[in-house]
Design a protein around this ligand. Structure first.
Ligand code: UD1
Ligand code: UDP
Length: 380
């Protein structure tokens, strides 16, 4: 039931994995500025200090009201644990609205639980599509968007994708990208020198992050990828802050410390972006890193056959490559530096997405119907 005043409302955020924390911080801050009562449920999908705690510290996120500690497992086991844990907390807390982020299993489970309990939901980062259902995230995106009550889109193409799937436009708000709000907030702290000194990096270097199942789970694919990264390391030293998912498989495939290759633990948010800011090239299969490199104007080579973030290619520094084409693409990127086809940065990636989202949520909590003019896009 929607309340007519903000008093007595409660907004819960369900967060579980590294990119969730980065996207949520600006929304949490925006709601706090409006005096809205809120709490974070940490599912524990990511649990290592370097995958979780460091983000709460770097982003200034408040302590979660609950940590479900679901941990790792197959998709079925992890999702089952998430469903059981989330149902209990959501029933107990009886929120007015649950906000979910991105496309991870914690996001999917939260949407399913809330849909069954009749609790309204909002999805931040709605309408991204790779049109590749072999990606677990694509399955999650489709289900999450079909069940969400409020959908916050980061880029314009999401509006037509959602319309094509039958999502009423009245539910959709183009608000910009909260991941970029976090980047803007971190900018004054982004100093490459301390992290370079700590890692013993001097001169020009590239940064690589790799963790997509299609790249790291299968030994043959992992070998092809590692050979390609070694092809880049012949041209420029490569630092690899390695996600735990790829650690064993990529090492078996030959991704080990060498003269021009440095494998390190995942970095905290500020350290990672500092390292990227000082780099001449990023090689990645991350979603968020495609966006951040666009804003930092660092050339980005994404080792994937597709992207759910095409705006980083049309309006940013991102290029899709295969393992086979990566070394030659790196040669070009190192020679040309950052280039963007359109010259314009993505619309509304201006550091104000969190406050926009907070205002829509506040209006929704108060039972106000936003006029069509205030959707697509939500203004400052
Ligand atoms: C998840 C998301 C993916 C996102 C990524 C961000 C899903 C389906 N996938 O992938 O979309 O890009 O997070 O980083 O939700 N592990 C640890 N420590 C941790 C967390 C994980 O060692 O703190 C290891 C475990 O061995 C685990 C593996 O990483 O089995 C995978 O973790 P999981 O949460 O299942 O998925 P990610 O690959 O991290
Ligand atoms: N990131 C980080 N340390 C690292 C690698 C990535 O802080 O060692 C940050 C990165 O800046 C971005 C987020 O983690 O904000 C992206 O998460 P990830 O690549 O794990 O997930 P995806 O975006 O692919 O879902």
């Amino acid at each position: 039931m929607r309340e007519s005043s903000l008093q007595d409302t409660l907004v819960l955020h369900v967060l579980g994995a590294r990119p969730n924390f980065v996207k949520a911080a600006p929304v949490v801050n925006g709601l706090a500025d409006l005096g809205i009562r809120q709490g974070i449920i940490h599912t524990g999908q990511h649990y290592d200090a370097l995958m979780s705690d460091v983000f709460f510290a770097d982003l200034g996120l408040p302590e979660p009201i609950a940590n479900l500690g679901v941990g790792s497992g197959s998709h079925a086991k992890q999702t089952a644990a998430l469903l059981v844990g989330l149902e209990e907390v959501v029933e107990r807390e009886n929120p007015s609205l649950v906000v979910v982020y991105g496309d991870v299993n914690s996001t999917l489970a939260a949407i399913l639980v809330c849909a069954k309990l009749g609790v309204p939901t909002a999805h931040v980062e709605a309408g991204l599509r790779s049109f590749d259902r072999t990606m677990p995230e694509e399955v999650n995106r489709i289900v999450v968007d079909s069940l969400s009550d409020i959908l916050f889109a980061t880029s314009p193409e999401a509006l037509s994708y959602l319309a094509n799937e039958g999502v009423p436009s009245s539910k959709v708000h183009l608000v910009g990208n909260p991941m970029i709000d976090s980047l803007f907030a971190a900018l004054p702290k982004l100093d490459p020198v301390p992290v370079q000194e700590r890692l013993g990096v001097t001169g020009k270097y590239a940064v690589a992050t790799l963790h997509r199942p299609a790249n790291v789970d299968d030994p043959a694919a992992a070998k092809e990828l590692v050979d390609a990264v070694l092809g880049v390391a012949e041209q420029v030293p490569v630092i690899v802050p390695l996600h735990p998912r790829g650690r064993t498989r990529l090492a078996e495939a030959g991704l080990v410390d060498g003269p021009n290759l440095r494998i390190v633990d995942p970095l905290g948010y500020v350290d990672f972006l500092s390292l990227v800011r000082g780099s001449v090239l990023v090689v990645t299969d991350s979603g968020g890193v495609q966006e951040e490199t666009t804003m930092l104007e660092v050339p980005c080579l994404t080792v994937r056959p597709n992207t759910e973030r095409p705006i980083t290619v049309t309006h940013g520094t991102n290029r899709l490559v295969t393992p086979a084409s990566l070394p030659a693409a790196a040669t070009v990127a190192l020679a040309e530096g950052a280039t963007t086809p359109s010259g314009d940065l993505p619309m509304l990636w201006d550091g104000k997405a969190g406050p926009r989202i907070a205002r829509v949520i506040a209006s929704w909590l108060q039972g106000e119907n936003l006029s069509p003019a205030s959707r697509n896009a939500v203004g400052d």
